[in-house]
Design a protein around this ligand. Structure first.
Ligand code: KIV
Ligand code: NA
Length: 264
């Protein structure tokens, strides 16, 4: 089997060719993404995208492990990163290690991702010193939308920039091998990318980040309303709807199954 892309290979991509990242939550979608991406993220966005939850707050460790296993089975080349869900890592470095170790052991993934900058640095250090590679996630951190008061672009006030830049510096110093920078003003994303030697992976950030990530369903046009930073590279939702409508009509008028779909 093809050897998967490793953490050191991703870490070495700073300022190099951009790191292509997409989410996937299932084996068939992971297989499609695996053919083109460097990193597959099993994001806790699956709570909203797959399970219809109102936010990522209700996502459990069990859900992340189940989808992580499916994505690992569907891929063999990309590095698979699994999100630590809300409540599974914030309490203490020990809690974070216990749950991250479970995710690693039960899925075979390459790394975990967790939200938070400077405040999570001690936890990131605790994990990375014990063999768990960590991708950090700063800027707009969706698990904090209740305290942030919604999905708000970060860094509109330049006075807040030093704190966001410090977040990146602190997660790098703590041992994170890369950092997702989400929902920040473009010049702030550029400053963050310049401030650290680990690759930044942008979403709603800047083309100058060392990589980009999008939610697969969003970029395929399967999600309905999406944020400004999403580019729909396809429009599969309306196409799926048309196919389903044709099927319904064909069942109702008995033109399906046709001669080719029955055993004679
Ligand atoms: O959960 C997710 O999909 C993510 C990415 C959008 C970065 O965290
Ligand atoms: Na996430």
């Amino acid at each position: 089997p093809v050897k998967r892309i490793t953490v050191p290979q991703i870490a070495a991509r700073k300022g190099d060719t951009p790191i292509v990242t997409l989410t996937a939550y299932t084996a068939p979608m992971a297989a499609l993404v695996d053919a083109h991406a460097d990193v597959i993220l099993v994001g806790d966005s699956l709570g909203m995208v797959v399970h219809g939850l109102p936010s990522t707050i209700g996502v459990t460790l069990e859900m992340m492990i189940l989808h992580g296993q499916a994505v690992m089975r569907g891929s063999d080349k990309a590095m698979v990163v699994i999100d630590m869900p809300f409540g599974s890592y914030e309490e203490s470095p020990e809690q974070a290690f216990r749950n991250s170790a479970r995710v690693m052991a039960e899925t075979g993934c390459g790394a975990v991702k967790l939200e938070g900058g400077s405040r999570m640095a001690p936890t990131i250090r605790f994990l990375t010193e014990r063999g768990i590679p960590v991708m950090a996630h700063i800027g707009l951190t969706p698990q904090a939308t209740m305290t942030l008061g919604g999905f708000k672009t970060q860094g509109r006030d330049p006075a807040t920039w030093p704190a966001h830049i410090q977040d990146a510096i602190d997660v790098e110093a703590a041992g994170a091998f890369s950092v997702v920078v989400e929902g920040v003003m473009e010049p702030l994303a550029d400053r963050i990318t310049e401030a650290v030697k680990i690759p930044t992976i942008g979403i709603g950030a800047s083309k100058n980040c060392d990589g980009q990530v999008l939610v697969l369903d969003d970029m395929l046009g399967l999600s309905g309303r999406v944020p400004r930073f999403v580019k729909k590279f396809s429009d599969l939702g309306p196409r799926a709807s048309e196919a389903i409508a044709e099927y319904a009509a064909a069942v109702r008028d008995r033109s399906f199954p046709g001669d080719d779909q029955v055993y004679r």
